[in-house]
Design a protein around this ligand. Structure first.
Ligand code: AHR
Length: 490
C-alpha cells in the first residue's frame, strides 16, 4: 500500500488556467482541413470554422489559443490575410511542406475562432522577416478604436469595434527559424519591436519575448539581463523526442523500452523549468515575468504515407501519460509558469483532435485535458505520493506522480500510474480536512492503445467506482498506464 498525502493546510500558488492552453499553426492540416473548412463546406461550420472542433474545445474549457505559428509566424504578413478573399495574396509556406497558403484564414477568422471557443487569443508577431511598423500596425488594427489608418481599414473590412487582445509574442524561436539570432542581438531587437506594440485604450497587452530552446540557459540569462524589464513573459520550447530527430520512432508502434524512454524525456520538463527559473529569479525575484511554455509535447516520426512537412502523428496512451505528467509539473511550478500551449490543436504533433474529412476523433491527450480542467485557476495544494523508480533498459521514471488543487470546498487530485503492467494500491490521506464525498474518473489502456476513425471511443475516461472511504481519506487501486482524477468534497 502506498501513501498519497494531500495537505489542505499548505496552499501554493494559483494555477493559471492558461497552463491548459493550446497552439494552432498554419502547418499541415491544423488550420486548413482541420479547424477551418470554409463557409461552403458540407462539414457543419460557423463562418467556415468546424462546429465539432469548437464544441470539443469549449468542453475542455480551452483558455487560450496561440496562432499563427510557430515558424510560420516569422514569415507571415498579416496584411495579406485580411479583406475580400479574392484579393488575398497567396504565398508559399516554406517551412511546412512548401504548400500554397491562400490566406483565407487570417486575423478576422482567428479572432472569430477564439470568440466561438470562448478563449483568449495569443498572437505571435513577425520579427524574422517583418518590420517594426508591420507589427505595430497589426496591434493597431486589432485593438484601436479611435481614428487611425488601421482602425479605418478594419472598419472597411466589416469590423467596427476593436477586439480585445491580451497576449502578444514578439517573434518565435528567433534563435532558429525566426531569424537565427544570437541572444545578445535578439534582446535589443525585442526591446525595439516591443516599444511599438502599443497599449491602446483599455487593451493591456501582456508581451511575451522569445525564450530559450530546451536547456539554453545562456539565452535566458541574456534575455533577462538585457530585456527583462520590457517583458511580461518569456517563452520556453521543449519537445519530447526520444532518440532525437533521427530516431524519434513511430507514434504507435513502439516497445515498452521506448515508452519508458519517452516518459523519462518528458519528465526533463521539471529540471528545465527549475533551471530557467533560477536565472529568472536572479533578475526578477518578485516574479513579474512569467515563464510561458508556449510549445511542448511529443514529437515522433510522421505517420507513414503522409506529407513529411505536415507533422501528422497518431496519439496513444503514451501521449496521455506524457500530457498528465507534464500538466502535473506545470501545476507544481505555477508560481513561475503562467501559460503553456501544447503543440498542436488539430492534426499536428501531439494533437488534441484528429480529423479525416467530416470525421473527427478526440485523442487520449484530449481526454487528459478534460480530466484536468478543474485545476484551472484553482489553488495548488501541497501533495506527496510515495513513488518508486521503475523502467527497463536503463530508462527510469517514478511509478506514481500527483498533483492536487482546491477550489472552495472541493479538492481536485490527478494521479498517474506510469507502470505499463502493474496496479498500485493507494491510501490517500487528507490533512486539515475530512472527505465528505467523492467522485472519480479514470483514463487507462495499453501503452499503444489509441482512437482511430473506425474505433473513435477505444480510449476515453470512465467513471471509477472502486474507491472506499478510509479514516482520514480514501483507499483504491490505480490501474497500470492510467491517469485518475478524483474530486473530493471536504
Ligand atoms: O510545432 C512545430 C514547430 O516546432 C514550430 O513551428 C516551431 O516553433 C517549433 O520548432
Amino acid at each position: 500500500m502506498r501513501e498519497l498525502f494531500i495537505n489542505t493546510a499548505k496552499k501554493g500558488s494559483k494555477i493559471n488556467k492558461n497552463i491548459y492552453g493550446h497552439f494552432a499553426e498554419h502547418l499541415g492540416h491544423c488550420i486548413y482541413g482541420g479547424i477551418f473548412v470554409g463557409k461552403n463546406s458540407i462539414i457543419p461550420n460557423m463562418n467556415g470554422i468546424r462546429t465539432d472542433i469548437v464544441k470539443a474545445l469549449r468542453e475542455i474549457k480551452a483558455p487560450v489559443l496561440r496562432w499563427p505559428g510557430g515558424c510560420f509566424a516569422d514569415e507571415y504578413h498579416w496584411i495579406d490575410g485580411i479583406g475580400p478573399l479574392e484579393n488575398r495574396k497567396k504565398m508559399v509556406n516554406t517551412h511546412w511542406g512548401g504548400v500554397t497558403e491562400d490566406n483565407s484564414f487570417g486575423t478576422h477568422e482567428f479572432l472569430d475562432l477564439c470568440n466561438q471557443i470562448g478563449c483568449e487569443p495569443y498572437i505571435t508577431g513577425n520579427v524574422g522577416s517583418g518590420t517594426v511598423r508591420e507589427m505595430s500596425e497589426w496591434v493597431e488594427y486589432i485593438t484601436f478604436d479611435g481614428i487611425s489608418p488601421m482602425a479605418q481599414l478594419r472598419k472597411q473590412n466589416g469590423r467596427e469595434k476593436s477586439w480585445k487582445l491580451k497576449y502578444f509574442g514578439v517573434g518565435n524561436e528567433n534563435w532558429g527559424c525566426g531569424g537565427n539570432m544570437r541572444p545578445e542581438y535578439y534582446a535589443d531587437v525585442y526591446r525595439n519591436y516591443q516599444t511599438y506594440v502599443r497599449q491602446y485604450d483599455h487593451n493591456k497587452i501582456f508581451k511575451i519575448a522569445c525564450g530559450p530552446n530546451t536547456d539554453d540557459l545562456h539565452w535566458t540569462e541574456v534575455m533577462m539581463k538585457i530585456a527583462g524589464n520590457y517583458m511580461d513573459g518569456l517563452s520556453l520550447h521543449y519537445y519530447t523526442s526520444p532518440g532525437g530527430p533521427k530516431g524519434r520512432g513511430s507514434a504507435v508502434n513502439f516497445e515498452r523500452s521506448k515508452y519508458y524512454e519517452t516518459l523519462q524525456e518528458a519528465l526533463r520538463m521539471e529540471k528545465l523549468i527549475e533551471s530557467h527559473s533560477i536565472i529568472m529569479d536572479k533578475y526578477d525575484p518578485e516574479k513579474h515575468v512569467g515563464l510561458v511554455v508556449d510549445e511542448w509535447g511529443n514529437w515522433f516520426d510522421v505517420q507513414e504515407g503522409t506529407n513529411p512537412g505536415f507533422l501528422f502523428q497518431q496519439n496513444t496512451m503514451r501521449d496521455a501519460i506524457v500530457a498528465a505528467l507534464t500538466l502535473n509539473i506545470f501545476n507544481s511550478h505555477s508560481n513561475r509558469v503562467v501559460m503553456a500551449n501544447i503543440a498542436q490543436t488539430v492534426n499536428v504533433l501531439q494533437s488534441m483532435i484528429l480529423t479525416e474529412g467530416e470525421k473527427m476523433i478526440l485523442t487520449p491527450t484530449y481526454h487528459v485535458f478534460d480530466l484536468y480542467k478543474d485545476h484551472q485557476d484553482a489553488e495548488l495544494l501541497d501533495s506527496y505520493v510515495e513513488a518508486q523508480e521503475i523502467g527497463v533498459d536503463g530508462f527510469s521514471v517514478p511509478d506514481l506522480h500527483v498533483s492536487a488543487s482546491k477550489t472552495d470546498d472541493t479538492i481536485h487530485v490527478t494521479l498517474v500510474n506510469t507502470s505499463d503492467s502493474e496496479s498500485r494500491e493507494i491510501l490517500c490521506r487528507i490533512g486539515g480536512a475530512s472527505a465528505k464525498s467523492f467522485a472519480s474518473k479514470i483514463l487507462t489502456g495499453a501503452i499503444n492503445a489509441h482512437n482511430d476513425f473506425d474505433n473513435p471511443n477505444q480510449i476515453k475516461p470512465k467513471s471509477f467506482d472502486d474507491i472506499k472511504m478510509a479514516e482520514n481519506g480514501l483507499c483504491f487501486t490505480i490501474l497500470p498506464c492510467s491517469c485518475l482524477e478524483i474530486t473530493i468534497k471536504v
